[in-house]
Structure formats: C-alpha cells, structure tokens
Design a protein around this ligand. Structure first.
Ligand SMILES: Cc1cc2nc3c(=O)[nH]c(=O)nc-3n(C[C@H](O)[C@H](O)[C@H](O)COP(=O)(O)OP(=O)(O)OC[C@H]3O[C@@H](n4cnc5c(N)ncnc54)[C@H](O)[C@@H]3O)c2cc1C
Length: 407
C-alpha cells in the first residue's frame, strides 16, 4: 500500500492530523494497533481549550461537541477548606474552555474520516520503520499478515510507548524526563457532577480533583502513593477519600455513584527535543507528556498537528521544506511553556513531599496558593496559562479576536 503520509496511531493527534491533511488535499493512512471499539471507549482527557474547540467547529467536526459539551469559564481551587475561583473568561480575554471527553473527540474524528473514505486500519500494529532517508516504509501486521506501507513522510502519533521515538538512534535523541514520587488514581463514576466547573483541591492528605465528562458522569482523580495498586482502593475508600480531600463549607456536597472505571497511572513530565528525524515527525504524547494537573496533554497534541499539517501541506504544494523544517522549533516553544505551567501547578497542588511529608514544603505551598488566588496579576497569569496558548494554524482566521499571546 502507498500513501503520502503514513500515520501511526488513531489517538487524537493521528486522527486530527489525518483530517487536516484531507482538508489540505493530502492522502494519508492511519495504522492503529487497537480495535475501533477500544480506542472509542478509552477515557482520558476531557477539557478542550477555546481555540481547540473553535478549530473543531471550523473544520466541520464540532457539531456534537457544541450540543453535548459543557462550557467552562472558571475553575475552583480549594485549600484549608477555602474556595477560590480563577475565572478565565474575565481574566484571560473572554475565553471559555469546553468539557468534552477525549473518547468523544476520538469517536467524532473516526466517524468523520470514515465518512470521507479515509483509510484507517484498526488492529494494525506498526512493527518497524525503515528507509527514512529515501522512501520511508512502515512494516505492520494486520489480519495475521505482515504488510508494508510506503510513504513520503511518516507521522508518529503513537503515544509515549510507541515505536516512532524508539526508531531514533540513541545518539541522535535529545530528551528530558522527570518522574514524580507519587501516582494518580483516575475514577469515572455514574454520578451527577457536583459542580459546573473543575474543582481541584490541595489537601493535607494529597491532591484531589473533581470534574465531569457529561451531565451524568463525573471524573475524579486522587494522588496516591507510588506503591499503591488499584486493588488497594475499594469503591468505599475512594468516596471516603474524595469526600475528605474535597471537603469545604456545608453547602457543597459531593454526589456519589457507581464507579465505572478506576485506573492507576504514573505521573511523568517528558519532552523529546528530536521531534523530527529525517522524514519522520513525532506528535502528541510520542514527543511530550505532562501530568494532567493543567489539562495540557490533549491540547498540546492538537497544537502539534496543526503546525505539522500546515508544514506538510507546504511541502507537497510548494515543494518547500522550510516550514516543515521549523516544526520542532515552533512546537518546542509551546511545549516548554506547557511544561513550566504544569510543573508549577503540580508543585502548588500536589504533595511533592509525599515520602516525608515535609512541613516546610506544605507551608510554602499554602503561601503560594494564597498568593495565586488572591493577587490579580498572579491569578491572571494562571488563568491565561490554564485557558491555553493560541493555536498556530491556517484553519482558524488569522484576524480572529486575539487574547494575550504567551509565545
Ligand atoms: C490515564 C490518562 C489520563 C489522562 N488524563 C488527562 C487529562 O485529564 N487531561 C489532559 O489534558 N490529558 C490527559 N491525559 C493525556 C492525554 O490523554 C494525551 O495527551 C492524549 O491522549 C495524547 O494523544 P495522542 O494521540 O498523542 O496519543 P494517544 O492518545 O496515546 O494515542 C496513541 C495511539 O497510538 C497507538 N499505537 C501505539 N503504538 C502503536 C503501534 N506500534 N502501531 C499502531 N498504533 C500504535 C495507541 O494504541 C494509541 O491509540 C491522560 C492520559 C492518560 C494515559
């Protein structure tokens, strides 16, 4: 099989890239290791920056999001029982983020690609990548047979554990990683959200977050010790801990319900500076990861593929490599901005001193929280970062109302 752009992975980055390339008139093929049912059910992120939801509308994949998504104009931060609000509509140029589950984004883009006769192969695992100097080839296995996909360019949108980055020789790979001394438990519950906006709590016992995926599904997170497994957390213990860590004044109550899913995951910050290797480009989690504290993962993945799609379009249309060659540099500026913001949010909200519960660290954390949530300049900075960096893309009008530029 032959295509212009071979894409590995049908997560948000691979799917959005394939659709953007289609709108540019460029052929692509997606190879996805998992089944369609699996990727459509995988619950992960769920808050879209206002530019990302504007992009989805602009490129014709925003109809269901506009009906079912839950607009968010602020978040709440709790500490010592206090409730503080960061309103980004007010502080960050009128922006409104959208709660819309990543699995719904994935479903919408898969269906749209299928309607447009896009070539998506599920249960098609990429095994090896070769000939990146000349005519690149992805060797993959599908329906029990080893096959080859010949392409002009490859986009590795295959997540943190994918083979794209592993194909880059170690002496050519520049990467930075930080692993944290705690893990997270992600909980999906059949419970009406108890708040219209995201609630985040820097509690003495550890971090907790309460948010939503729909009017009847709540999404919660708990910071847990690295050594804990899912089996250490019974449903009863989860609700008890969420109630304790989210506790505030008497007029707020956390609705409980049936727990549909609980997942334990490690928290890591990671940036691969080698986002281009010859004719292969890394995008999304394949190139960088952040703890979910700042809601950046999914939005960063979309930001990458916006730049990549325009670069690829220029490569084929004008036979110009210039924009494509600047892909890494354009992405890294945004990526490190998201890293610094998430790192700050992680240290302000989580118990980084989890192992020794250092009282000094906790006191500094409380002072930071007080400052961030009561000083207008500090709150504005936080709101701007949380509301997200404007997308760099030809699919949104250049003369759209601009809000504060970060980079
Ligand atoms: C448990 C969890 C919770 C999260 N919560 C949040 C959150 O609350 N907020 C937030 O902003 N972000 C969150 N994230 C991060 C967010 O989900 C990711 O940033 C986002 O999924 C990145 O999209 P992607 O397309 O780059 O990668 P992925 O979504 O990981 O997609 C990569 C795809 O490639 C496929 N693949 C891998 N290897 C191969 C291969 N060899 N051949 C073919 N296919 C392959 C995989 O099956 C997968 O479908 C969370 C992530 C996790 C894991």
């Amino acid at each position: 099989m032959r295509t212009q752009v071979g894409i590995i992975g049908a997560g948000p980055s691979g799917l959005v890239l394939s659709h953007l390339l289609y709108l540019h008139g460029i052929d692509s093929v997606i190879l996805e290791a998992r089944s369609q049912a699996y990727v459509e059910a995988r619950m992960r992120a769920g808050v879209l920056d206002s530019d990302v939801s504007a992009l989805f509308r602009e490129i014709g994949v925003g109809e269901r999001m506009m009906k079912e998504g839950l607009p968010q104009e602020q978040m709440e931060i709790r500490f010592l029982g206090k409730r503080r609000f960061i309103n980004w509509r007010e502080l960050a140029g009128g922006r409104v983020n959208m709660v819309y589950g990543q699995q719904e984004v994935v479903k919408d883009f898969i269906h749209r690609r299928q309607q447009d006769n896009g070539k998506l192969f599920f249960e098609a695992q990429a095994l090896r990548i070769r000939d990146l100097d000349g005519r690149p080839v992805i060797e993959y296995i599908h329906e029990g047979q080893e096959k080859e996909l010949k392409c002009d360019l490859i986009a590795a949108c295959d997540g943190y554990h994918g083979i794209g980055r592993q194909t880059i020789p170690a002496d050519k790979l520049e990467a930075y990683e930080l692993n944290y001394s705690f893990a997270w438990l992600g909980i999906v519950a059949q419970a009406k959200p108890s708040s219209k906006w995201l609630v985040t709590s820097a509690h003495e016992r550890g971090y907790a977050m309460h948010s939503m995926r729909s009017p009847s599904i709540s999404r919660n997170y708990l910071q847990i010790p690295l050594t804990d497994t899912v089996d250490d957390w019974s449903d009863e213990r989860i609700w008890q801990e969420l109630q304790t860590r989210l506790e505030t004044n008497a007029d707020w109550k956390l609705e409980e319900g049936k727990i549909l899913e609980k997942t334990r995951f490690d928290i890591r910050s990671f940036v691969c500076h080698t986002m281009q290797y010859k004719k292969m480009f890394l995008a999304g989690d394949a190139a960088h990861m952040v703890p979910p504290t700042g809601g950046r993962g999914l939005n960063q993945a979309i930001a990458d593929v916006c730049i990549l799609a325009d670069g690829i379009a220029e490569y084929f249309r004008k036979s110009s490599i210039e924009y494509l060659e600047s892909y890494t540099q354009l992405c890294l500026q945004r990526v490190w901005h998201a890293q610094q913001f998430t790192w700050k949010m992680t240290s302000v909200l989580q118990r980084l001193d989890w192992d020794n519960k250092n009282a000094y660290h906790r006191q500094v954390q409380l002072a930071q929280l007080e400052y961030l949530t009561s000083n207008r300049a500090a709150a504005t900075s936080l709101a701007e970062c949380y509301a997200g960096t404007p997308l760099q893309t030809s699919f949104l009008p250049a003369d759209r109302p601009r809000y504060p530029q970060i980079c």
